[in-house]
Structures are given as C-alpha cells and as structure tokens.
Design a protein around this ligand. Structure first.
Ligand code: BGC
Length: 835
C-alpha cells in the first residue's frame, strides 16, 4: 500500500493526482461528446425519479367519474302504488322532518343495531335495522341458519329461498323492519378475505341467483338490504384510521368499468331485479372515492343503470361527508350522522347548497320502501329486541317449528365431499369409532353473559384483538380456529343459535342405535388411537370473521393432528368446518386419509347434518363454490389483502380484471387441488345428449341503449324498456341448453349439473384472457338407473358483455363455447352456438 489506509469513514478521492489531470485534458479535447454525456449522467437520477413518479402517479391515477344529478325514485314497475302513498306523506312533511328520516337516531329502547328517524305527525315510526343475511344476530329466541357460503355450496336456489323466507319471518316477529342482508360483496377476490363466508360464492352468477332468491324470501316479511355496494373485497384498512395523528384512508378498490359490470355489479343487478328495497354502500373507496359518496356507483350504476327504486343506507359509520354524500345518492346515514344531524340538510336546502328535490327524493325513497314491503303493518319497532338481554325482558320466541326440516336440509346440503377412497363413507354400522379434534364437541360455555355482550363473534378474542376491533386498527394475531364446533363465522354475519348440535352428540346417538363403541380425545394433537377402530373421525375448523382478513388458509396445528391420527389409523375421515377456502395439501395424498368433507358453516344443526352424511342417510350433495389450490402461492396477488405500506391513501389495483377465483386459475393454467363446482356423491353420473337451442342475435353497433345517462335526471321514467334491475330485455330468455344425466350408481343421489360458456369478445387479451364462466346450474335428485333432463335457461344478460365505449350490454357476435358437466374442469359435454 503506498499511502495510509483509509478509515472506513473517510471518502477516497475520486481519482488520484496524475489520473486527474489526464482526465481533465481528455475532457477538454472531447468536450462536444463529454458535455452532453455528463448532462445525461447528471440527469439520469432525475429521469429515474420522474419515471418512478409517473409509475406511482399511474398507480394513483384511478379516479371515479362524477354522475349528477341523483336519479329520483319514481315508482317503476310494481313500486308505483308505494310511491303514490310516499309522495302523499312526504308532501306533508317539512324539510326538517324529511331531514329527520334520513339518519339514524340513538335508541335505548331496543336492541336494533340501527334505528332511523321518525316523522310521528305523519305516522312514520322510523325503521329498525338489524343483522344479518344469515339469521337474526345477537338476540334470543331465534335460529342459527347456515351461512352464505354454506348455501352457496348447496347450489340449491329453492333452499336459498326457503331459508330467507323463514329467516325473514323471524326478523318480522322481532319487530325488525330491515334485515341487513343478503351479502353478495365481497365476491371473494381475496382467498383470505375475512367476510367471504357471508356471501354465497366466488362467482357473480351463482351469487346473483342465490342472492335474488334470498331477497324474494326475506321480502315476504321485511325489507332486504343488499350489501356491500360495491367492490368491498378486504377487511384490512376497510375504514379510515388515524396513525400517529395522520389519517389513513380506506383502501381504494381500483377497477375498470368492464370488470365492475361483469363481475362486481353483476349480482347486485339480479338482486335489484328481484325487487330489493334497500342497498348498503360499503366502507371501501372505489377508484379513490368513498363508496358512500361515490356518485358513479350510487347515482350512475345503482339508481341509474339498475333503476333502483329503494333507498341507499350507509354501512355503519361509512359516511364521510355531508353534501357530497347526499348529492352522490346516499339516502340514509347510519347509525347516526354528524354530517346530517341538527337539520344540516334542511339548512343546506335553505342556503341553496343542496337541491330541494334531492332531500325530497331521499325521504320519498325511504317512505316508499316502507310501504312497498308492508312495514306500515309491522309490529311495533324492535318489539322483540330487548336492549339488554342480561336484564329481565319479555322473551319473544321468533322461531317457527315449521322451519325445522328446512334448517336441517340447509345444513346437510352445504357439505362437500372431496375425497372418498377404499369405500370409507358412508359408515356401515362400525363396531369401533374413534373421534378426535376440538371441533367435534360444542364449546364449553354457552351462556348469555358471554354470548350477548360480545355478540357471539367476539368469543375467543383476546383483549388486544377486541381493542383492535373497536379502533379499526389491524387486529393482531387473529384466531385461525375456534374451540368447539364452528357453526358460523364472526362479525355481523354471525347468528345466534337456539342450540348447537355437535358432531359428537349426533354420533353418540348413532352409536346407541348401532351398538358402536366410541373412543375420543378432543384435546390432544397427538392422541392415542385404538387399533380396532373401523374409522377415525377428525373434526377441525378454519375460522373467519368480519374486521380482519385471515392469517392463512390452513392451521398448522390442525394439520399436525390429522397427520398424527392418519399415521396410526388406516381409515382417517377428516371433517372441516371451514369459513372459507381451506388448503389440504399437508395430508390429502396420505392413503390413510380416506375421506374428506368440507362442512362449511351449517348453523345450529351442524352435528345432525354431518352425521346423516357420514352414515349415508343423506347423500353428500354440495359442490365447492370456490377454488381450493394446492398451495397458497397459487392464488398469486389474490391470496391476501392489499396493504397500505405506509401510504395514507392505500391503493388496491384489481389488475386481474374479471379473472378472480376459477377464472384466474383457468387464465394462468394453474391446476387446483379441487376446482370450483367440484364435489363427490355416493353415486356416479353419466352426461349425454347436449342440445343447444339459442336464439340470440348480436347487438347491432348502432343500437342505442336506453339507460340513464349522466347529466339528465329521470330519463328512465317514461321508458318502458327499463324496470327493476335496469334494461328489462337483459332478463328475457334467449333459449335453453339441455342435457341428460343418468345415475349409474346404486343409490339415489343429487347431481349439480353445471353450464359454462366461453363468450367470444374482442376485449380478451393475452395477459387477462377471457375464460369460460358459469351461466347455469341445476340440482336434481336422481334415482339409481334413472335419467333426468336438465335445462339451462339463458337470459340475454348471460350471453352479453359490457361494452365500455358504447356504455351498453351487447351480445357479441361469434362462436360461444358450451361446456356442461360436473365442475368447471370436468365437463364431459362440449359444444357451441354461433351468434
Ligand atoms: C358491517 C355491516 C353491518 C353493520 C351493522 C358493519 O360493520 O359492515 O355489514 O350490517 O356493521 O352491524
């Protein structure tokens, strides 16, 4: 070394003495080249910065167009009589009274989760709102129904209707006017999404069909509030929070117009067509504007395109502005409002800041909905909903014994058998059974003091987690399983059981009939297995709740339990009560794991239902309403929620477009473990005779679609082509596709025949190719050696795509691929029709 060593902190000279002067001489000689190069070098970081900024700016560039004025409700279709009565009542109200009915009030006399303002002089008592789409929550004297995901897994529209009918009657007997459901958003974009279990399926078509039946059933008794409108796909950062004094907004769901129409808006359109009276705007932002002040969503899509005649209520504390939310189409703020209280809307009308017709429309929509669903004949508001269940109160038994068989049937039909080898199931009068797992028995306490103050969903949460819930802060280490049979998920989608039938209870009574010896261990993850066991039944669960997204898709301790039992028992039957997607690859290929059932969330009859399937009294007839991957990473960027990553304005770009769940797997050619629509029975089926009888014509390019356009109000009014749900022709039939299905096994079993279409469209691109999509299903019970005909009726909507340029649904010309069969990947019949 010719000089002293440099300490780490000293900077070394760029170039040494002699080299420096040579360098300067070189530069002088070639300054024409050197100067521009130097400028370039100096500018590079700046250019980089600009490029980075542009990229970020591009990512932040999602904006929601404004759509004003808000379309006025006018009594479309069968709403006309209700509007006549509403106009008469609201016409007599002062502006202050109108203002009063648009927001929630503090009510200490009932246990309703929300009570709206009244106009007593005019005979309007206000409305009691209560959760949820899965049963009356947090009160006594009610049944716990199967959750949305369970009904989704049943693929049974009739059952969805029946469930809602019985449930709606319970809401009514409790003095509830608005049932806060059904849920068709989230749709399940995120595999770990905390509220996926509340909706039916990770598919807009299935959600739309089952959701529409639920609206019809509920609204025989009360008003249904369809939710959450719209593109509400994650719990993480669902509400704004203050972080060290800095406000972090809710996550913005950034999506394009076509994805909005063909995926997220799709089921809502079916529910509005079915007559839904209330819609709840969601917590998230849509293209950077809060859903509850998003004029494109509420004025443009819901009230304009879908011609929604009911009223929009905010999700609880989901209102973030006064006039912008009113102008954007919000009609009622819940549970109270700091923006609209103290006559603020009236004052805004007085000062000219708010158009008076908007306030009149808000009140008219609310009162019209009240009349439309006979709430003027309802029981006194919240009469069966005591504010404090721990104090003495009148017990209102809202249950109807006529609902019992339907409740059990709902519980049975949402079970999906995915593996059954070596004739493991059904059980055949076993001599010895071993039962394991914390989920086999019901939780150790079930008392009002725990149940009601914490409203069921909070059971199992530590203090830290409860604090998180209260402050909207992310919940740390949320539970992945629940001790005790899991019958429902957590949060406002939970429901309160009258009792819990656990698997162990139900199997005990079978053991009595069959003389079976039972051994059990519900605690250990490494239990002792009796070698004489005919079968080992392992019950585990996978929990999920509102407020947080799930920490993973499989609980490692539960997997260890399964592997331990399987290592000692050559017929290990695994039952998972899963509130969402549950991976099984930790043990599924183990030959000792002979049968696996996704038991979902069956409600109070969980045990009875699973026992009837295990013993073969009922055949398993559920099919997966989502995709089970082989590994978490197969879900790609749709595994977990978008994170704020230090941003005050968290962004979530839905770059996959319409390709969520099975469409994403098809698009990326990823083989799932169990595909959407998959499920086994105790029989086998053969498909034949595919026939397509479709009479659709491609929409000519000069067709003017007569739906609401921006800038005009009420242009739907005199248009008979428009009704509930928008353009009525979309719901008209364009023909049927039929097939025959034969039961080739030896027992009666229900098959769910499914129709998928590959719709031709110029919009398909290589990074997000259009895939086949579900467009029909039929569940049929078929006797052995018998053949049933299945018919899929296609609506115009089912063969249409949303054309962004024309802002219209169009039937594209070209060849439509037809796939009929047992699941999205198992379609023995294929064909096509050309439009
Ligand atoms: C949920 C809604 C629910 C409301 C009232 C909100 O936190 O997002 O789904 O209806 O609370 O309980």
């Amino acid at each position: 070394m010719d000089g002293p060593a440099h300490s780490g902190n000293e900077k070394a000279p760029l170039l040494k003495g002699v080299q420096q002067s040579k360098f300067i001489a070189f530069c002088r000689r070639h300054k024409r080249i050197v100067i521009p190069v130097a400028i370039m070098i100096l500018l590079l970081p700046l250019l980089g910065l600009i490029a980075l900024k542009t990229r970020h700016a591009h990512a932040r560039n999602w904006t929601s167009p404004v759509v004003y004025p808000s379309p006025q409700g006018y009594g479309a279709g069968n709403w006309s009589a209700a509007y006549v009565r509403a106009r008469a009542m609201v016409g007599n109200m002062s502006l202050e009274e109108m203002n009063n009915v648009t927001l929630g009030v503090v009510d200490t006399t009932s246990g309703c989760v929300g009570v709206s303002g009244s106009a007593p002089q005019h005979g309007f008592p206000g409305l009691c709102f209560h959760d949820a789409g899965n049963g009356v929550r947090n009160t006594d004297g009610v049944n716990a129904y199967a959750s949305g995901i369970h009904i989704g897994a049943s693929w049974n529209a009739t059952l969805a209707y029946e469930r809602a009918q019985f449930m709606g009657a319970e809401f009514k007997r409790k003095g509830v006017n608005v049932a806060l459901g059904p849920v068709v958003g989230p749709i399940g974009r995120i595999a770990e999404g905390g509220r996926n279990f509340e909706a039916f399926a990770a598919d807009p078509y299935l959600d739309g069909i089952l959701g529409a039946q639920s609206v019809i059933g509920l609204q025989e008794s009360v008003i249904a509030s369809i939710k959450h409108f719209v593109a509400y796909e994650q719990e993480t950062n669902r509400n704004p929070i203050a972080n060290n004094g800095k406000p972090i907004s809710s996550t913005s769901a950034n999506l394009d117009d076509q994805t909005m129409h063909e995926l997220y808006l799709w089921p809502f359109q079916d529910l509005v067509h079915a007559g839904a009276g209330c819609a709840m705007c969601s917590y998230n932002r849509i293209n950077n504007t809060y859903a509850c002040e998003n004029s494109k969503a509420m004025n443009g899509l819901l009230k304009g395109e879908l011609n929604f005649q009911g009223f929009v209520v905010s999700d609880w504390v989901g209102q973030h502005s006064g006039l912008p939310s009113a102008d954007a189409g919000l009609d009622m703020a819940m549970p109270t409002s700091g923006y609209w209280n103290e006559r603020q809307l009236k004052k805004a009308v007085d000062s000219g800041a708010l158009n008076q017709t908007r306030l009149i429309d808000m009140a008219t929509r609310i009162v019209a909905t009240y009349y439309q669903f006979g709430q003027d004949r309802a029981l006194p508001l919240g009469v069966g909903m005591p504010p404090n269940l721990l104090l003495p109160h009148n017990y209102t038994d809202a249950k109807d014994s006529a609902s019992k068989s339907s409740l059990l049937q709902q519980a049975i039909e949402g079970h999906v058998l995915v593996k059954n080898i070596k004739g493991a199931l059904p059980l055949k009068q076993p001599k010895v059974l071993s039962i394991f797992g914390y989920d086999a028995v019901q939780q150790s306490s079930f008392v009002p003091s725990v149940l009601f103050p914490q409203s069921w969903e909070a059971i199992g949460l530590g203090t830290q987690q409860s604090i998180g819930i209260a402050s909207n802060a992310p919940v740390q280490n949320p539970p992945e399983v629940q001790n005790g049979t899991l019958i429902v998920g957590g949060g406002s989608g939970s429901n309160t059981p009258a009792y819990i039938s656990s698997p162990y209870d139900a199997i005990q009574s079978r053991a009595y009939d069959d003389g079976t010896a039972i051994f059990f261990d519900f605690v250990s993850t490494n239990p002792t297995v009796v070698s004489s066991s005919d079968a080992c039944l392992v019950f585990i669960n996978e929990y999920s709740s509102e407020v947080w997204d799930r920490p993973g898709l499989a609980d490692p301790d539960s997997d260890t339990l399964v592997n331990n039992v399987a290592s000692m028992c050559n017929s290990t039957v695994v039952v998972i009560h899963n509130a969402g997607i549950r991976l099984v690859d930790a043990w599924i290929d183990n030959p000792n794991v002979t049968a696996v059932i996704f038991a979902h969330l069956p409600g109070q009859d969980a045990g009875r239902a699973v026992a009837s399937i295990l013993y073969g009294d009922a055949g398993p007839s559920g099919r997966l309403p989502y995709t089970v991957a082989r590994r978490s990473s197969d879900y790609g960027n749709m595994l977990g929620p978008c994170q704020a990553d230090g941003s005050l304005s968290p962004q979530c770009d839905f770059t996959e477009g319409m390709n969520v769940d099975y469409r994403g797997f098809l698009a990326s050619n990823t083989t799932p473990r169990y595909e959407f629509g998959y499920g086994l029975t105790y029989s086998s089926f053969v498909y034949a005779n595919l026939q397509t009888n479709i009479n659709a014509t491609a929409t000519p390019s000069d067709t003017v679609t007569p739906v609401y356009t921006n800038g005009t109000t009420n242009d739907n009014v005199n248009n008979t082509a428009i009704g509930n749900g928008g353009l009525l022709s979309l719901f008209g039939s364009v023909g049927t596709i039929t097939a025959s299905v034969s039961n080739t096994g030896s027992v009666a079993a229900a098959e769910v025949a499914q129709l998928y279409l590959l719709i031709p469209a110029s919009t398909s691109n290589s990074s997000n190719p259009r895939t086949r999509v579900l467009r029909g299903f039929e569940k049929v019970l078929i006797q052995p050696n018998e053949t049933a005909q299945v018919a899929f009726n296609l609506r115009m909507k089912d063969v249409s795509t949303w054309n962004v340029t024309r802002q219209a649904w169009v039937v594209p010309s070209g060849e439509f691929g037809v796939y009929v069969g047992k699941s999205v990947l198992d379609t023995p019949l294929t064909g096509s029709f050309t439009v």
